[in-house]
Design a protein around this ligand. Sequence first.
Ligand code: ATP
Ligand code: MG
Length: 392
Amino acid sequence: MKEYILCKYGEIALKGLNKSNFESVLAKTVKRRLSGLGNFSVTRAQSTIYVEPLDDSCDMDEAVERLKKVFGIAKLTRALEVDKSMDAVLNDTMDYLAEAFEGASSFKVNAKRADKKFPFKSPEICAELGHKILEQFPEMHVDVHDPDVTVTVEIREKHAFINALKLDGAGGIPVGTGGKGMLLLSGGIDSPVAGYMIAKRGVIVQAVHFEAPPYTSERARLKVEKLAGEIAEYCGDIRFHCVPFTKIQETIRDECPEELFTIIMRRLMMEIAQRIAAKEDCACLITGESLGQVASQTMYAMVCTDAVCKVPVLRPCIGMDKAEIVEISRKIGTFETSIEPYEDCCTVFTPKHPKTRPVLDDVEKAQAAFDFEPLIEKAVSETETKLIKKFI
Ligand code: ATP
Ligand code: MG
């Protein structure tokens, strides 16, 4: 008898011909996320990934915690493997069920037979196990419509599995099945959430961060690297690019009309980000913008920033309220880091009255008064890249 972790796919079960590619990417991710936690075997059958601990050194609790953050897994459960006999299903499962029934008062039993030669049919398995449970746990009652605990018995080729403790997985589709994207990562609340949301749709996320020393500190950059590490628990390892942006910001301050500082700065950020994206084979940019949140996030401002972009800019937070974004950031564990009080380069030279309705033509003319190209090239070439590694 031993415990397994069974991971049930979500949406990928629907992907038709791509399914086997999705499954193999997911199985590889599962293996990788378990590294350092002991010796596991990872196999797949019937829209399930079976994670089997091969020796006592396996850290099952930590394995479950890590697998809860793997996109592509809708539900996971710790299942007990028992001998393939009715006797084992009825008698070897009671300690396991005692744990699953803690705090519960109703249950139902489900049975699935992958092996049709098993001498009992599914309704018989349900009836016998249900009966045994009522005998063993007199405080429990059967509720087939809305049970607190659903006990599932699966009769497979070699063994029977019983599971009752179902946990929510991260949902989404496996990272690595949807290409690569470049996240503009600040130290704020929104952009880590944006990266998480796009990774959830299968995209490998890299991050680019703009810093402006000495206006922004070393600590501010470390905070952003920490955020990258936090979302990496979901996204996987992240290539992190840090762009020296001071000279460009000072030049905007000296050469451009004050009310357009922010919009021109954001256009230059996009320009640099997409050049790094191109080098890294990333097919889109990702930002944490939310419509109307600040002057630079009005629709008119976005028209001006998008005008420099040759690749799509994905803005998964665009229609969300701050409170909704905060809720996700708490759930994924970035909120506490995001609210640490370090400066961002965006707030270094903020105009008193930024234009909320900039006109593209005016912005282009104002920006054209100075040749930013050499500065852009220099910033790209001086960008420092490191790998934020979460898993060995
Ligand atoms: P966030 O909470 O993500 O910082 P925000 O509400 O503070 O967003 P802005 O500061 O206007 O909004 O930034 C909008 C978006 O621009 C951010 O979500 C992020 O994608 C990008 N961005 C802002 N500052 C930086 C930076 N220093 N480096 C990289 N990207 C940035
Ligand atoms: Mg910000």
